[in-house]
Write a protein that binds this ligand. Structure first.
Ligand SMILES: NC(=O)C1=CN([C@@H]2O[C@H](COP(=O)(O)OP(=O)(O)OC[C@H]3O[C@@H](n4cnc5c(N)ncnc54)[C@H](OP(=O)(O)O)[C@@H]3O)[C@@H](O)[C@H]2O)C=CC1
Ligand SMILES: O=C1OC[C@@H](O)[C@H](O)[C@H]1O
Length: 371
């Protein structure tokens, strides 16, 4: 492989909303600012339901496309497109990033895979396990890459923390993980907003829940002693929004009996997570505290029972979405159909858990959503 020319991914962005802004910002960053030289990103199309919105998005957030275009590794311009059929018909799009509301993920991803495009889809990549299984089968049948965009998994902090607890075993045996991701939404955003709107598959568990679940899975499910055994004795309790019926307070419990360990995971749309602790991992020798925010933490503190305390800090260049994008690029370069850091089978397991949480909590989707 030529080590001086990076492998370039040509991205199309679906949905000109907030998360897509954050994502393209990072695609336009010089990868050397995060010590990356082997891959680079081009943004060749931005799709919106309204062309004028896609044009404004490009003007405001990625006028030159991604870094690969700025650096001359890709000579395609970034184009505004209305309606995703036009994007998926293009030969020069390698991978589609889907940044639409939850209810749309399955439909946009399905259309992209049918058009033979690789896909990175925002979390949760579907609204139920059945949809996720369908997408997994479609990707596999077409030899395409598919990944749920759980960006927190790709942070250097997460790799370091896993090394500390899984390999160095600074905490001894791990027995309990508490994690929370909560934001003030109720009373602040209209009932039609995607956070509270059942027709857009809103609610705390689908929107915020992927983060406490990530902390539970990365620490306990991925612990070598657990041997990738799915959690047992799953339980969930929800308080639903009195008008829209989406969950606004949710607590779930996952047991990992091979380790005598339990994850207590919470999310809500009423009050914020405490600033000083979004995740607490407790073992026989002490604990690790991760201050908020759960999706994008910048440090953790190791507090041992013998009184020793160590703070580990991890600066995040840009928004922090580039690490997942780089991982996708490397998978495409290497011909992989899924990323081992966020496998399709783990996304299916996560959606099976989400289905169970909703069932026990009494959160039923409206008929408008495909079941
Ligand atoms: N990884 C992360 O850190 C984050 C992930 N997310 C995820 O990203 C997704 C989008 O969230 P966010 O960007 O905050 O949402 P926004 O509402 O800001 O953007 C979503 C975009 O999707 C398009 N869209 C397509 N269909 C619809 C529809 N029926 N209603 C509204 N918009 C629609 C719109 O773009 P257009 O009008 O151009 O078609 C809209 O701007 C969610 O799945 C969320 O879970 C959100 C925040 C952070
Ligand atoms: O993924 C997310 O992280 C930040 C939250 O504010 C947002 O609602 C959610 O989608």
């Amino acid at each position: 492989m030529n080590t001086t020319t990076p492998f370039v991914v040509r991205w199309a962005i679906i949905g000109a909303g907030w998360i897509s802004e954050q994502f393209v910002h990072d695609l336009a960053m010089d990868p050397s600012t995060r010590d990356v030289k082997d891959v680079a990103h081009a943004v060749v199309a931005v799709d919106s339901r309204t062309k004028a919105k896609a044009e404004a998005f490009i003007r405001d957030y990625c006028p030159e496309g991604g870094f690969a275009q700025k650096a001359g590794y890709c000579d395609l311009p970034v184009e505004a497109v209305e309606g995703y059929d036009a994007v998926y018909a293009r030969e020069d799009v390698d991978c589609v990033y889907i940044g639409t509301p939850h209810n749309d993920h399955y439909f946009s991803a399905k259309a992209a895979l049918e058009a033979k495009k690789h896909v990175l889809c925002e979390k949760p990549s579907t609204i139920n396990a059945g949809q996720m299984k369908e997408l997994a089968a479609l990707a596999q049948a077409n030899g395409l890459f598919f990944m749920e965009a759980v960006w927190t998994r790709f942070f250097p902090l997460m790799y370091a923390l896993q090394k500390d607890i899984h390999e160095t075993k600074v905490l001894g045996d791990i027995h309990q993980v508490n994690a929370d991701f909560s934001i003030k939404g109720v009373g602040r955003v209209p009932l039609t907003h995607r956070l509270l709107n059942p027709d857009l598959a809103g609610g705390a568990i689908l929107d915020l829940g992927p983060y406490p679940l990530t902390w539970g899975l990365m620490t306990l499910f991925h612990h070598p002693d657990n041997k990738l055994s799915p959690p047992t004795a799953v339980s969930s309790s929800m308080q639903l929004h009195p008008e829209t019926g989406v969950d606004i307070f949710t607590t779930v419990v996952l047991d990992f009996p091979k380790m005598t360990a339990r994850a207590n995971l919470t999310c809500n749309l009423v009050v914020e997570s405490p600033a000083d602790c979004t995740a607490r991992i407790q073992g026989t020798k002490g604990e690790i505290i991760v201050p908020r925010p759960a999706p994008r933490p910048e440090k953790y503190i190791i507090r041992l029972d013998n009184g020793e305390e160590t703070v580990k800090e991890f600066a995040i260049p840009g928004n922090g979405y580039h690490w997942e994008a780089d991982a996708v690029a490397r998978c495409l370069r290497d011909g992989l159909k899924e990323c081992e850091r966020m496998t399709v089978s783990e996304s299916i397991m996560s959606m099976e858990l989400m289905d169970e949480f909703r069932k026990q909590g009494g959160y039923e989707f409206p008929a408008s959503l495909a079941q």
